[in-house]
Design a binder for this molecule. Structure first.
Ligand code: GDP
Length: 297
């Protein structure tokens, strides 16, 4: 993961590194270093709230005479601590499992579902997917294209049908010919927020009623390349009760990789998967320790 993620995070890392290199040479005192460090974190899109928290913790733990390298060591530890606090891996080891992806349109839900399908199919698992966004023909079409490409069966409902009833029908197929994974793509019309959240609650209720212990994962798909705006979008989805974690997309090539830290800090949800490109294979499991290495070393 480190070398792959290291390449994808190179823009964020190089911006940080350029500033860190200057600080090493500058011979500045701790308080000046901390001011500049705070600025660097804001520029990497860590966000005000989380940056302040990090800087204050470092201030408490360091001595006034500490060098930049001692402070950088505390920074690594502080970020690792934030990322580890809620961390847990995907709860998908005991099929049959149901995975639901939610999030605003354009964030990468359909592509991410395809990545999960590809991953588990490679592991020899049987998969059924359902396109539960019944108002966006393009979304259903896009999932069907992925289905053909990956040779995974896709179920879709009639235009305008109740998404929860489409999911109900999919569950009956899932049960009648047992598969390992049912993967559900949902709508992301954020402007009809209340309806959307009710719709998601209903989908979740249907799944829990029909399959004991399911859904195992309900992942909020967030686009890391929009940095702090991803957090604003995410907060809307916290009104929906069932989230189990985050699937962070488009971490490749962004200069806003620092947003990952505030996403975990503020949403208090684990990041379970990271998308690093548009291909089916561009998927990695999130590891806090390795993320810190890829970002800061
Ligand atoms: P949806 O509307 O939430 O289902 O989003 P889509 O799956 O249609 O994705 C929107 C766009 O983001 C598409 O052009 C995808 O190829 C692209 N995309 C999705 N995930 C990633 C990723 O991890 N990296 C990059 N670079 N692009 C991605």
């Amino acid at each position: 993961m480190i070398s792959n993620l290291g390449k994808k995070l190179s823009r964020t890392r190089e911006n940080l590194k350029a500033r860190f290199d200057e600080l090493v040479k500058s011979g500045k005192t701790r308080d000046d270093i901390l001011d500049e460090l705070g600025e660097s974190l804001i520029l990497a899109d860590v966000g005000w709230h989380t940056t302040e928290k990090i800087i204050e913790h470092i201030r408490e733990k360091s001595k006034k005479s500490d060098s930049f390298l001692a402070i950088k060591d505390l920074l690594d530890k502080e970020i690792a601590k934030i990322l580890s606090e809620f961390h847990c891996g995907p709860n998908l080891n005991h099929p049959p499992c149901v995975i639901v992806l939610v999030g605003v349109n354009g964030g990468g839900k359909t592509t991410s579902l395809a990545k999960l399908g590809y991953r588990y199919k490679q592991e020899g698992k049987t998969i059924l997917m359902v396109a539960a966004d019944t108002f966006r023909a393009a979304a259903q079409e896009q999932l069907s294209i992925w289905g053909k490409r990956l040779n995974i069966p896709i179920l879709r409902g009639q235009y305008g049908a109740d998404p929860a009833s489409v999911v109900f029908d999919a569950i009956q197929s899932f049960k009648s010919k047992p598969h390992d994974f049912l993967m559900v793509d949902t709508a992301g019309r954020i402007h009809t927020n209340v309806n959307l959240m009710n719709e998601l609650e209903k989908i979740k209720r249907v799944i829990s009623r029909e399959i004991e212990g399911a859904p195992q994962e309900v992942l909020l798909v967030l686009d890391a390349s929009i940095g702090q705006n991803a957090l604003i979008q995410a907060k809307e989805f916290l009104k929906f009760s069932g989230l189990t974690g985050v699937f962070l997309t488009k971490l490749d090539g962004t200069a806003k990789g620092g947003s990952v830290i505030s996403i975990v800090d503020e949403l208090k949800l684990p990041i379970k998967f990271v998308g690093t490109g548009e291909g089916a294979e561009d998927l990695i499991d999130f590891s806090p320790r390795e993320f810190v290495k890829a970002l800061l070393s």
